[in-house]
Design a protein around this ligand. Structure first.
Ligand SMILES: *Cc1c(COP(=O)(O)O)cnc(C)c1O
Length: 470
């Protein structure tokens, strides 16, 4: 399988090359040249299959030519052995035709583990085959960083640098990174928002000299392998509810548009999805874009669901590319306007194509708290604030189509965001046993200004000191 850039000015790459590259050299995002298509009987056969079997079937065609089937299977088995639920992603019923897909049974209690645990193993394989090392630099709104630290902490082929917006993530999120830092893992607090941190990372990648000097690699949700790994649980959940013999909808708490885009990929591969519901918090750029056709960045609002406190949803570029019939010149124009003027208008035909498959629902802070309280009151179930945004949006969309089952993606464990849960219910959810001592562990991080030159120097020094020490 070959991968092409949304901006059409970077070489097409193999799966392994795209895995290491992350972002394309022209600033675009990689997508497969074509989507593999599954038959109805293959999809029906997923019902009751172990998670790893479904994952192998879904991911193998994307990795073909770079990762042999046996290596892929071993990586999948090792990745999902670290989950503390036999089903990996259990599906539970919340109410009439309303379901919750629990994606938080991995080592860092958020859905990011599902892709990151696999990504680190595939990347190690691809690097080892090439006799190469890589420097991974990533920005995080909290959960990606923790998942990356947990996944790459013992991978010798990689130096990991994770940037997070200072004081804008939860204590649990921060400690999941800072208490595991050291060795090949460097955690950096940046003065600014997530978008500032992400812009710093993008600036590094845009510099060809630095890309080569550092062998830069990215694991943000722009990395294609993450999207591919996330498509798996859409199949698992839908098959459990009787798909392909009926249709289902999904509501997805959305920030960078990676998770919900994986659902769109699953649909492209043949999964009969009725609606994909983009659930946003007060940072509602996507809800506004769908309503008005104008994608316009605003100020980032701090909410209870910090992993969605994002104004630029990077993976939306992939959907736009498809909605524009893979017209990379059009994408260069839109993204140029985003950079220069802070926004762009989606043309009417692609906008109609997007609206034909997606809904977008904004759930504000009060509604989020009410949703957490409601589920606790009605069913003694604690959900985290991101998941609550998804449940709120899922309920709204279900009212419009009550006969189609709605599956909400539960993106984080409630113990990751105890303050929000306590505000809503008076209860503070305990951390699972493997993280019980999180608050007594030593934290290690550095604090840097929002400045690309400062970051460059920092990375150069840290990489050098690592080499000197080894
Ligand atoms: C990352 C994250 C999201 C948003 O996912 P995207 O792929 O960025 O849209 C939602 N909820 C939680 C808990 C997350 O960690």
């Amino acid at each position: 399988m070959k991968y092409i850039s949304t901006r059409g000015e970077a070489p097409s790459l193999s799966f392994g090359e795209a895995l290491i590259a992350g972002l394309a050299q022209d600033g675009g995002l990689y997508l497969p040249e074509a989507y593999p298509r599954l038959s109805e009987s293959e999809i029906a056969g997923f019902a009751g299959q172990p998670y790893a079997d479904v994952a192998e079937t879904i991911i193998a065609p994307f990795a073909a030519g770079s990762v042999d089937r046996k290596t892929l299977r071993a990586a999948i088995d090792a990745a999902y052995a670290r989950f503390d639920h036999a089903a990996v992603t259990p599906l539970v019923e919340l109410g009439d035709n309303l379901f919750l897909l629990e994606l938080f049974h991995g080592p860092t209690l958020a859905f990011k583990d599902l892709a990151m645990q696999l990504l680190s193993r595939l990347m190690r394989h691809v690097l080892a085959v090439r006799g190469r090392r890589a420097t991974i630099v990533g920005a995080t709104s909290g959960d990606t960083g923790a998942a990356a630290v947990a996944a790459f902490g013992d991978i010798d082929e990689v130096d990991l640098f994770i940037l997070y917006p200072k004081d804008r993530i939860s204590d649990v999120q921060r400690r999941q990174m800072t208490t595991f830092a050291g060795g090949n893992v460097h955690v950096v607090a940046i003065e600014g928002t997530f978008d500032d941190a992400q812009a710093l990372v993008k600036a590094l990648f845009a510099d060809k000299r630095l890309r080569d000097e550092f062998s830069l690699s990215g694991v943000n949700s722009i990395n294609w392998a993450r999207v591919a790994a996330q498509a798996v649980y859409y199949f698992v959940a839908a098959a459990a509810l009787g798909v392909p013999y009926r249709r289902v909808s999904f509501a997805v708490p959305t920030g960078n548009f990676g998770d919900i885009f994986a659902g769109w990929i699953a649909k492209r591969m043949g999964l009969p999805i009725e609606r994909l519901v983009i659930a946003t918090n007060a940072n509602d750029i996507l809800a506004r874009a769908l309503a008005t056709g104008r994608y316009e960045t605003g100020r980032v609002e701090v909410t209870q669901s910090p992993s969605m406190d994002i104004q630029v949803s990077s993976n939306f570029e992939r959907l736009l590319f498809e909605a524009y019939g893979r017209d990379s010149a059009a994408l260069r124009r839109l993204m140029g306007s985003l950079q220069k003027a802070g926004g762009f208008s989606i043309d009417s035909e692609p906008l109609a194509a997007i609206r034909a498959e997606f809904d977008a629902v904004r759930i504000g802070e009060t509604e989020t708290t009410e949703e957490i309280a409601r589920l606790w009151r009605e069913s003694r179930r604690l959900i985290d604030p991101h998941t609550a945004v998804g449940v709120g949006a899922g309920r709204a969309a279900l009212r419009a189509r009550p006969d189609v089952p709605m599956i909400v993606l539960g993106t984080a464990h409630p113990a990751k965001f105890p303050d929000a849960i306590e505000r809503a219910t008076g209860i503070s959810p305990p951390l699972p046993a493997h993280l019980a001592d999180l608050f007594s562990r030593q934290e290690r991080f550095d604090f840097l200004a929002n400045d690309a030159a400062v970051l460059e120097t920092y990375i150069r020094q840290r990489r050098a000191s690592k080499r000197a020490a080894s």
